[in-house]
Write a protein that binds this ligand. Structure first.
Ligand code: SF4
Length: 282
């Protein structure tokens, strides 16, 4: 939900997730359509299946107060079933590969991932105060164009947040990727978590990073610097102002339209009727 109404004063309250911010960077109309529940092209979830399974196994293991080392591989098969069912229940689809061993290969990949990640969890997470699947709703006061200030909320989940014995805070994101350069795509997301940590706990992260057990380098630490913090803040201010100004204009360029899952609902691509008007008004 991007915008909700305050129960006390009735004003609109912006609630901004990382994916909304990323969508808004691509196209204001895409962000708007995504949060308004417009019909989207059914995305094949096969690509995301192994990552969802690895994430869920790690999360459930960390959340279990009776967890034991070596348990995670045995959780993979049942978790794969549960993730598959939840995808189908949401009306999404899984295009299994023609290879008859597709499911077996996913299971093997996930077992390898959770086996390799365990030593890092035992070293960097479980000895300290931590929370897995940490849900946040962080208030941020922003300037409006008319000179007033208003509170919005950054919302989302962090895979793992840790506070060490010196009081330093770390955020880890679990990535089931084999691409050693994947971290480059996650820098914005880690900066977003860093800002949420500052808003909630009054201090920035000491470090963020990826746990990427299938990569040659299974951890990728990342320190968020002042420049990245300022750029993220400016992005958030811009998106909030677009929402306050009700500016949801589709991009003029088609650069992001080819892969846009909201294309079917986008007014820019609405069919032209015989009278020359588009079926959906801009
Ligand atoms: S199809 Fe293009 S213009 Fe329409 S929402 Fe997607 S990115 Fe924006």
């Amino acid at each position: 939900m991007a915008v909700s109404r305050c129960k006390e004063c009735g004003r609109l309250v912006i609630r901004l997730s990382w994916s909304q911010l990323r969508n808004a960077d691509e196209c204001k109309q895409k962000r708007f359509l995504t949060v308004s529940g417009a019909r989207k092209q059914a995305r094949d979830q096969r690509l995301f299946l192994p990552g969802n399974v690895t994430d869920r196994v790690v999360r459930n293991w960390l959340k279990d107060p009776n967890r034991e080392p070596g348990q995670m591989p045995g959780m993979v098969s049942a978790t794969l079933d549960a993730v598959r069912e939840s995808i189908l229940e949401k009306g999404e689809r899984i295009a299994w590969k023609r290879d008859l061993d597709d499911r077996k290969n996913i299971e093997a990949d996930c077992i390898e991932a959770v086996t390799k990640i365990e030593p890092y969890l035992l070293k960097h997470v479980t000895p300290f105060e931590f929370e897995a699947d940490f849900r946040f709703d962080a208030p941020l006061r922003l300037p409006r164009p008319d000179g007033t200030k208003e509170t919005i909320f950054l919302i989302g989940y962090m895979d793992i947040i840790v506070r060490d014995d010196q009081g330093n805070i770390y955020v880890f994101d679990v990535k089931h990727t084999k691409d050693g350069q994947y971290w480059r795509k996650t820098v914005g997301q880690l900066t977003y978590y860093d800002l949420a940590v500052k808003l909630i706990f009054g201090q920035y992260t000491k470090e963020t990073g990826l746990l990427q057990p299938l990569c040659p380098k299974p951890t990728h630490p990342h320190t968020v610097d002042a420049q990245a913090r300022m750029e993220l803040y400016q992005r958030v201010v811009k998106v909030a102002n677009d929402i306050w100004n009700n500016d949801n204009a589709p991009n003029e360029s088609n650069e992001h339209c080819g892969n846009c899952e909201m294309r079917m609902a986008c007014p820019k691509f609405a069919p032209i009727l015989k009278d020359g008007k588009k079926r959906v008004k801009l």
